[in-house]
Design a protein around this ligand. Structure first.
Ligand code: 3HC
Length: 336
């Protein structure tokens, strides 16, 4: 099992790029020196606009993924097979809401308000992870989401604990600890099912068949087609590339699948002694981009549910604001 302790050494940071030329050279030099020394940039520090924009894009997409990610599993809370599984699932879904909150807070330190970020999500302009646009058809999907989706998320997110932007890196420490628990509970739920009936085993295999390729695509496009990777790596935001993480995920997951007793649905999956890694088949990138661009099986449903949830919560936000105003008036009166 991989956990938060999973980490990958940096393979040397690429040199500073032409972006430096559009910013004040002295400030840019200090910023580059901090990045080169593997220092942390904090909200009050000067930073190039492109760095700020990249962080707002990535952190807000990440936050959106956390809160949209509550929906496919949330659908199973009322149908969990036992009180124990229900309690675990409720806790997990609540954790995802918490992750969204830490991440929106981290992004807000860059000067973009939560209302602006949510508006971008609700209007369909902002991206969130492709993986949450697929349906959860059986209880086994809940286990497989824990094992594979959260497993892929941890693989991607542990290196983010060393991101150059302090608030994002610090938020990720707690997120990763909780994701580790999510992954283990998913795997344990599947182990129980695999020791159950033939029908339960078939349900797990069916869920693995449907989620495997989507999880591989979740790491993002191949490095050669990833427009943001080079700059993200240079700035120490991204520490490990999309393809490297995908490979590490495959290598870590194959033995786990063997212990579980499921087959990963890829006839080309095999150990390559020379590379020291598993080879695997081709990912359907057309399907991935169609989903990212709004045409996956559940995009419309997810967005509509999310917008409705936001509307339903309006009275809570109004009440909290009214309470805060009253508190402020009271303390002003007392001070007068
Ligand atoms: N789903 C949707 N869009 C994706 C994607 C995916 N799986 N992978 C990449 N993209 C998008 C990028 O956002 C970018 O779009 P943009 O230019 O409109 O912003 C475009 O595809 C090109 O991709 P790049 O590889 O060039 O982009 P990045 O360098 O930003 O890398 C990333 C993409 C690896 C997802 C990176 O942004 C990242 O590490 N983000 C933080 C982690 C995160 O957001 N994870 C999402 C899952 S969270 C989760 O699963 C919740 C948990 O509870 C399970």
């Amino acid at each position: 099992m991989y956990t938060q302790s999973f980490s990958v050494p940096d393979e040397g940071r690429p040199a500073a790029t032409a972006i430096a030329s559009v910013e004040p050279p002295d400030k840019m030099a200090r910023f580059d020196a901090c990045i080169d020394a593997d220092g942390r940039i904090e909200p009050q520090d000067w930073m190039p606009e492109a760095y700020r924009k990249t962080l707002v894009r990535q952190i807000s997409q990440h936050a959106h993924s956390e809160i949209v990610g509550m929906l496919p599993e949330g659908n199973w809370i009322s149908r969990a097979p036992s009180l124990k599984r229900k309690a675990i699932l409720i806790a997990k879904v609540q954790d995802e809401a918490g992750h969204g909150l830490y991440l929106y807070s981290a992004a807000e330190t860059l000067g973009t308000s939560r209302a602006q970020m949510l508006e971008a999500l609700h209007s369909g302009r902002a991206k969130y992870s492709s993986i949450f646009n697929y349906p959860t058809l059986s209880w086994a999907d809940v286990g497989v989401i824990g094992w594979l989706v959260d497993g892929a998320a941890i693989m991607n997110q542990v290196p983010l604990c060393r991101c150059s932007y302090g608030p994002y890196a610090r938020a990720m420490v707690r997120v990763c600890k909780e994701e580790s628990f999510h992954q283990r509970q998913g795997y344990e739920a599947l182990l129980v099912m695999m020791r159950g009936t033939e029908a339960q085993r078939a349900m797990v295999q069916d869920a693995v068949n449907r989620w495997w390729w989507k999880c591989l695509a979740m790491f993002g496009p191949p490095d050669s087609d990833s427009p943001h990777s080079a700059q993200g790596m240079r700035w120490g935001i991204k520490r490990v590339s999309n393809d490297e993480l995908r490979q590490k995920f495959v290598d870590a997951t194959v033995p786990q699948a063997q212990v579980l007793g499921v087959t990963l649905p890829d006839p080309e999956l095999r150990w390559n002694e020379a590379r020291g890694h598993h080879d695997f088949g081709a990912i359907d990138w057309d399907e991935f981009w169609a989903t990212v661009n709004g045409h996956g099986p559940c995009n419309q449903e997810r967005l509509a549910t999310r917008v409705q949830a936001h509307r339903n919560g309006q009275w809570v936000r109004d009440a909290a604001l009214a309470h805060a105003r009253k508190q402020q008036q009271r303390s002003m009166k007392e001070a007068a």
